[in-house]
Design a protein around this ligand. Structure first.
Ligand SMILES: Nc1ncnc2c1ncn2[C@@H]1O[C@H](COP(=O)(O)OP(=O)(O)OP(=O)(O)O)[C@@H](O)[C@H]1O
Ligand SMILES: [Mg+2]
Length: 602
């Protein structure tokens, strides 16, 4: 090929190349326009889409607007009102800062930007086709009208999917911004029809509006942090996990992100209570001093880099792990109710309707961190008082026998009565009856026990022949940094030379693994995350299968004292509400539930 002279690219082409990175499909336009509206302090945003956004996207806001004199700059590449210097970039608090979204959009569509500030008598508009600024009609705020996306880049246009698919992506983009900004109202239209309207609200209400009642029923509130970093939002109870990660929203400083480090921290925190292929519901907002996070690492800003990734990992991991541990039997919604157990289409449909959600009325349950008897919640107390004060209760032989039972607070799961079908334990407590899946419950109890044994006494296994490993300098320095914690965990590894290490022993639980592979993964985890997923995962696998094999098998007959012993152990065990696979281990049916089933009191 003969040599071509070097020439500068025309501006339009530069923007089109930039658009290739950021504007992948209509939903990316929607995201950029919404972020601009949020940055302009809008309190109401309207989105009108046509044909899934492929024909037209119009976003209107009531934000601060742009004065006529700056309108043409708004569509110019590398022009922004949001940063002025590198220092500004390093502590940026706005969604935008690159100054190129509108220029990119305008280069691949027919864009008209109309805007009016508080000081203007009327609106002004600029049309990307001829770049002229002229008077227009419009209220205070901005309106961006993007028509015929990719009309001049046919290759891109070919990659568009069906209108329905593109619409789905647009709505997902809107949901993300709307969840991050609950105080802003959103109205969404498609082909002239109203699709959604989310009024200004708090995060709780917005989450319910967008994620639906299923989320409402499954969430545990999270709130933790200090002046530098805070985590708030909701995590789903393990019993409400899903097959797909389609209900996971993670925001860092109000920016929706897909961050490996945060995801890893969350997965590790759920490891004890959720099987690997199940996905929790998540809505988490991480707020961190902007100077501690770099948002300028990805053109669409969907990834970030933390200055101290280990600290962030540890913080997120511990916050969620603690929440899940404390949630056992105490959280409003973490409890197994018939509603989330019985598939809605089964013959139990009637039953499900009859039995009111039990979340608020469930008796509190022990967790390791709260050994003292817990006070009864108001509603339980009330309903119990009612139960004992109504005159005809004394006539009811079953109910009167409750008063002879030990205090609810001592034994929340009550007394075993019988074993059903070789699988379930039937017990009665002060509220009514309890059904326990004995294998699942025993597995859980054993798993937690093995785990705490593991933390106290480490059994190490000497390798027959020490393994010498070539390692990078980074691996060696990580090894030295974590040397003492590794010894505590039962690893005897030491530096042999600047690029060599030797493994002499491993924790007994991991002795069947390939030492070289194990140690490499371990050092990588420690270096990147400051904690080891490898140790956690390997131990989890082993403990879980050990617990599963040791647990009482279904169909083994248990005596009443054996059953009671299991109930008492469950009460003393953290996270005993779910088995190792995230399924519930027990459910409660109150007397009121039973009354409803028998249509009593009508
Ligand atoms: N809806 C709006 N209301 C008020 N001003 C806006 C609006 N949209 C854009 N602007 C102004 O136009 C400028 C350019 O917007 P553009 O989206 O291209 O860049 P940016 O938001 O600064 O950075 P980024 O490319 O990262 O999004 C913004 O800096 C802002 O001043
Ligand atoms: Mg922008």
């Amino acid at each position: 090929m003969s040599r071509q002279p070097i020439l500068e690219l025309p501006n339009q082409l530069i923007s089109q190349i930039a658009a290739g990175e950021v504007i992948e499909r209509p939903s990316a336009v929607v995201k950029e326009l919404l972020e601009n509206a949020v940055d302009a302090n809008a309190s109401q945003i309207e989105i009108r889409l046509e044909d899934g956004g492929t024909s037209r996207i119009v976003v209107s806001d009531d934000g601060v607007g742009i004065p006529a004199a700056e309108l043409s700059l708004a569509l110019t590449r590398h022009a922004t009102s949001k940063i002025r210097s590198l220092e500004d970039l390093e502590s940026v608090r706005t969604m935008g800062f690159r100054g190129e979204a509108l220029a990119s959009i305008a280069s691949v569509s027919r864009t008209i930007f109309t805007s009016r500030t508080l000081h203007d008598e009327h609106a002004w508009e600029i049309d990307s086709a001829h770049q002229k600024v002229q008077p227009a009609a419009g209220d205070i705020g901005s309106r961006v009208d993007v028509a015929d996306l990719f009309f001049n880049t046919p290759a891109r246009r070919k990659f568009l999917k069906s209108h329905a698919t593109e619409l789905g992506h647009c709505i997902e983009a809107i949901k993300r911004v709307a969840l991050a900004n609950p105080q802003t109202s959103f109205a969404i239209w498609h082909n002239g029809k109203a699709l959604h309207r989310w009024i200004a609200a708090d995060l709780n209400r917005r989450a319910t509006d967008i994620l639906g009642p299923e989320f409402e029923a499954a969430k545990l509130a999270v709130q933790s942090g200090n002046a530098l970093i805070q985590l708030t939002g909701f995590i789903g109870a393990p019993t409400a996990s899903r097959a797909r990660a389609d209900q996971q929203y993670i925001f860092i400083n109000q920016r929706f992100v897909k961050d490996k480090l945060i995801n890893h921290a969350i997965r590790s925190a759920y490891q004890d209570v959720l099987h690997g292929d199940r996905q929790p519901i998540l809505l988490l907002c991480l707020t961190i001093n902007p100077e501690l996070v770099d948002v300028n690492v990805h053109p669409a800003k969907i990834e970030v880099r933390f200055r101290d990734s280990r600290a962030v990992h540890q913080f997120v991991f511990h916050t969620i792990q603690d929440r899940l541990a404390h949630g056992a039997g105490q959280g409003e919604a973490s409890l197994p109710t018939l509603e989330n157990l019985v598939p809605p289409t089964t013959q139990f449909k009637q039953l499900e309707k009859l039995i009111a959600p039990q979340s608020q009325s469930h008796a509190p349950f022990y967790s390791q961190n709260q050994r003292l008897p817990l006070p009864m919640s108001g509603s339980v107390k009330d309903s119990m008082q009612q139960l004992f004060s109504t005159p005809n209760t004394t006539l009811n032989p079953v109910q009167s026998s409750y008063s002879e039972m030990p205090q609810e607070n001592d034994q929340p799961l009550g007394q075993a009565i019988a074993q059903l079908a070789g699988i379930y334990i039937l017990a009665q407590n002060q509220r009514g009856i309890v059904l326990v899946d004995m294998h699942a419950a025993h597995e859980r109890v054993l798993y937690e026990k093995y785990k705490s044994d593991l933390n106290t006494a480490v059994v190490t296994q000497q390798l027959l022949v020490p393994v010498v490993l070539n390692a990078s300098r980074i691996e060696i320095s990580t090894l030295n940094e974590y040397h003492s914690s590794l010894i505590q965990l039962g690893f005897d590894i030491s530096e042999l030379g600047p690029e060599q290490l030797v493994i002499r022993s491993l924790p007994a639980l991991m002795s069947k693994s390939d030492p070289a592979q194990l140690i490499r993964q371990l050092l990588l985890d420690l270096e990147q995350l400051g904690s080891s997923a490898t140790i956690n995962a390997a131990q989890h696998e082993k403990l879980a299968s050990k617990a599963c094999h040791a647990a009482v098998r279904a169909h083994r007959l248990l005596t009443i004292p054996e059953m009671n012993a299991l109930l008492r152990q469950m009460e003393q065990t953290d996270r005993a509400d779910q088995c190792n696979h995230g399924r519930p281990t027990w459910i409660q049916l109150s007397v009121a539930d039973l009354d409803k089933l028998f249509l009593r009191g009508r």
